[in-house]
Design a protein around this ligand. Sequence first.
Ligand SMILES: *[C@@H]1O[C@H](CO)[C@@H](O)[C@H](O)[C@H]1NC(C)=O
Ligand SMILES: *[C@@H]1O[C@H](CO)[C@@H](O)[C@H](O)[C@H]1NC(C)=O
Ligand SMILES: *[C@@H]1O[C@H](CO)[C@@H](O)[C@H](O)[C@H]1NC(C)=O
Ligand SMILES: *[C@@H]1O[C@H](CO)[C@@H](O)[C@H](O)[C@H]1NC(C)=O
Ligand SMILES: *[C@@H]1O[C@H](CO)[C@@H](O)[C@H](O)[C@H]1NC(C)=O
Ligand SMILES: *[C@@H]1O[C@H](CO)[C@@H](O)[C@H](O)[C@H]1NC(C)=O
Length: 579
Amino acid sequence: MAELLKVLSGLGLALGAYGTAIPTSTSTAQGTQYTIPSSVTNGQNLIANVDDPQALNAQTVCPGYSAYDVQNTDSGFTASLKLAGTPCNVYGTDVESLKFSVSYQAEDRLNIEIIPDDIQPSQSTWYLLPESLVPKPQVEEGMCLEKSELAVTWSNEPTFNFQVIRQETGDVLFDTKGTKLVFENQFIEFITALPEDYNLYGLGDRISGLRLSNNATLTTYAADIGDPLDSNLYGAQPFYLDTRYYETSGSKPRKPVQSSQAPNSKKYISYSHGVFLRNAHGQEVKLQPQSLTWRTIGGGIDLYFYAGPSAAEVTQSYLSSTVGLPAMQQYFTLGYHQCRWGYRNWTELEDVAHTTGSTVMRALAWEYPNDPSLAAVETQFLLGPALMVVPVLQPLATTVNGVFPGLDDGEKWYDWYTQTVVDYAQPGVNTTIDAPLGHIPVFIRGGNVIPMQQPALTTREARSTPWSLIVALDKKGNASGSLYMDDGESISPNTTLSVEFTVCKSKLIATSSGSWAESNGLEKVIILGLKHAPKDVRFNGDSISQSAQYNSTSHVLTIADLQGKTGQGAWHDDWVLEW
Ligand SMILES: *[C@@H]1O[C@H](CO)[C@@H](O)[C@H](O)[C@H]1NC(C)=O
Ligand SMILES: *[C@@H]1O[C@H](CO)[C@@H](O)[C@H](O)[C@H]1NC(C)=O
Ligand SMILES: *[C@@H]1O[C@H](CO)[C@@H](O)[C@H](O)[C@H]1NC(C)=O
Ligand SMILES: *[C@@H]1O[C@H](CO)[C@@H](O)[C@H](O)[C@H]1NC(C)=O
Ligand SMILES: *[C@@H]1O[C@H](CO)[C@@H](O)[C@H](O)[C@H]1NC(C)=O
Ligand SMILES: *[C@@H]1O[C@H](CO)[C@@H](O)[C@H](O)[C@H]1NC(C)=O
């Protein structure tokens, strides 16, 4: 136990009430009563190795490995690794022989596994994470290096090291060269080089900046504790996303740029990839200016690389192949987010959940991958692709600063409240936005059609209100959007409805498919960013100009009284609205 404690605390993991106190007993007539001494709440007074200047650095004392006996397999290759010197046994016992396996699992996914060569049945759950707990992503049929976006190279100079390379660009995404692989029964360490001023995200749960610091030690160890800043929380996600920006102009190969030193005047492109360590032991990741050190206190190295190249593709691939897609929420369960202790049963829950539909928070950098200046922006975010929120984060402030991305490329942003286009912002400039008490700045991104119902006290009531649409035109006068509906409750709904909206050349077309019967009608359509008053407004060819109002100051066209036209439900039939 003392040995394990030393290792655990060496990794900076918080230990609560371990101790060696033996309960003392006192006899009374009723029987025996035990009194726990108060010292039992004190853990051993140990200094974490990461904080201990005397602690041995495994990199300086361990020998590393060398690879031999390389064999090709159907989906990659394997090699044997042998300890390249005297065991260091620094925080455990060195494993003499390891097996290194590379498997090109899918076009965009690669697996590198390093585990002991000889695992006895009694040790298997120590070194191998059972697939019944965390399934192992599978190799797709017919996969091989030639089809893969990623490739692996390795060398024994000066000791065994490997690189993961993006085949299209030759970029080295992961590189252990110049460091030693340490593989002990209670301590594993490997190190990759990273570019200067890197953009890494993830390695949760923790409350910290969106972009991870390049000078921090992150512990991954599920701890059911309040909300400490910069330390481990409830869950453990040993996964990170790495985004790298390049200048597009100039000669190939593309020139990497640091996001903090990328002038607005140039054009950029970004590539993102993901890295997941399938290991459920306590872990820590030490981030330094140009490297990442990964340590665990057990298990094996089972690494997955996701090629992207967009952040959205990395996330989708990680979810769909590895950890599973999130469950579709019942509409009234949104209240769960605010009710860990507060609400006890469904009846109460339905009454407090005010929101319908699901939204996904997105970092600006993920929606605008070619703008390096957004790499670390965490003071504003998007809900889905269409809404941007710039919350006030300072007490007593009445203004807030925010950027309006994409202006350079003609992106249009509309104020949610006034419905007018934002004409006071400049590309790449942090703009001061009014935010008096009670006003949360929200903006609509041009090019989107947003279906809405009305607010109500319960989600059930909200779901029985009429529909309206906000059509926010882009610079070409186009927009699109979609709506998905079902009963909102069934785990596998027997009927669903999908509606697609497209706007082009002053014409909005709504097309539905599916048999979920939605009985609420369409109340109104609001078109934002319309330059000139329309001559005529027609619904399925019938003139309805008397229901339309154009505001020539705000450039908003409001078309009301559509309930009569959609009596059987807003999406019962396909329709066309022209102006
Ligand atoms: C890195 O972090 C440590 C601990 O928080 C701090 O003392 C040190 O000044 C930081 N180094 C740099 C270069 O920021
Ligand atoms: C749920 O809570 C409501 C309101 O407090 C109460 O009337 C109802 O009986 C409860 N239902 C169950 C199943 O406990
Ligand atoms: C804008 O300014 C705020 C505060 O002044 C800052 O926190 C934020 O990072 C800035 N945003 C950008 C994109 O520079
Ligand atoms: C946008 O509008 C233009 C001009 O009306 C059209 O040529 C183009 O195809 C539209 N683009 C999309 C994505 O609908
Ligand atoms: C479909 O599901 C709804 C809600 O669960 C149920 O009321 C309805 O009877 C089902 N219809 C069919 C055809 O199974
Ligand atoms: C037209 O829009 C302007 C600017 O948003 C607003 O002040 C005005 O009240 C609107 N007029 C009408 C009739 O709604």
